[in-house]
Design a protein around this ligand. Structure first.
Ligand SMILES: Cc1cc2nc3c(=O)[nH]c(=O)nc-3n(C[C@H](O)[C@H](O)[C@H](O)COP(=O)(O)O)c2cc1C
Length: 192
């Protein structure tokens, strides 16, 4: 008898950070999604840069009005997706050695889910980071990778992978690298 874990269909939430549709990180997200769908997972892509999500105001009134956040904006759309997700994926270009402002605002607003007042704790168990940047040294990613790993550790998410791609700047540059094949592979790998 084969003693292996039964395959589990996962609900994957992919957050993108670039304002450039079909840009380098958007294409990495799509390649990841293609891989994940091909093995039967459910995927929702949420483009933070196409939404209006303000930064956390540190009012500390999370859940006091029945919703995770007391302020109304497109985080209202993101909150139920976060609550339904088993896996979260961040796909972002490197901006100033970190996340873009748009995806960082969405991350900051997840503050509602870490306090004692949280009414609906997240069930996310796993995470990945897909990131690209223009410069050619891998060192440029040290900051964002460290931040991502600390977030994953703090949230008790198992880090399922980091794909960091240097030397891509113009739209389409990612196509000349092996990143799309690797991103698709990460999507498929979540079946394990
Ligand atoms: C505001 C801004 C800040 C950036 N900061 C960095 C950076 O710190 N390091 C880097 O290597 N590239 C940086 N870049 C370049 C982008 O990361 C790069 O062009 C990337 O491929 C864009 O991905 P996208 O097509 O998904 O938007 C920056 C670009 C912009 C517009």
């Amino acid at each position: 008898m084969i003693d292996s874990k039964p395959w589990e269909k996962k609900n994957i939430l992919v957050l993108t950070g670039s304002p450039r549709r079909n840009g380098n990180s958007d294409r990495m997200a799509d390649a990841f999604i293609k891989g994940a769908l091909s093995v039967g997972h459910e995927v929702t892509k949420f483009e933070t840069a196409k939404k209006e999500i303000g930064g956390c105001k540190a009012c500390k009134t999370c859940w006091s009005k029945g919703k995770p956040c007391s302020f109304r904006d497109d985080f209202d759309e993101l909150a139920p997706l976060l609550e339904a997700a088993d896996v979260i994926v961040f796909s972002t270009p490197l901006y100033w050695f970190g996340f873009t402002a748009q995806i960082k605002s969405a991350i900051d607003r997840m503050y509602a889910y870490i306090g004692k007042s949280c009414k609906r704790p997240l069930k996310i168990k796993e995470s990945l980071l897909l990131v690209c940047g223009a410069d050619d040294e891998m060192k440029i990613f040290d900051g964002i990778i460290a931040t991502y790993k600390e977030i994953a550790h703090y949230m008790k998410w198992e880090d399922k992978g980091v794909l960091a791609v240097p030397k891509v700047n113009e739209k389409g540059d990612i196509g000349a690298t092996d990143a799309l094949v690797k991103a698709e592979g990460y999507g498929k790998s979540l079946s394990a």
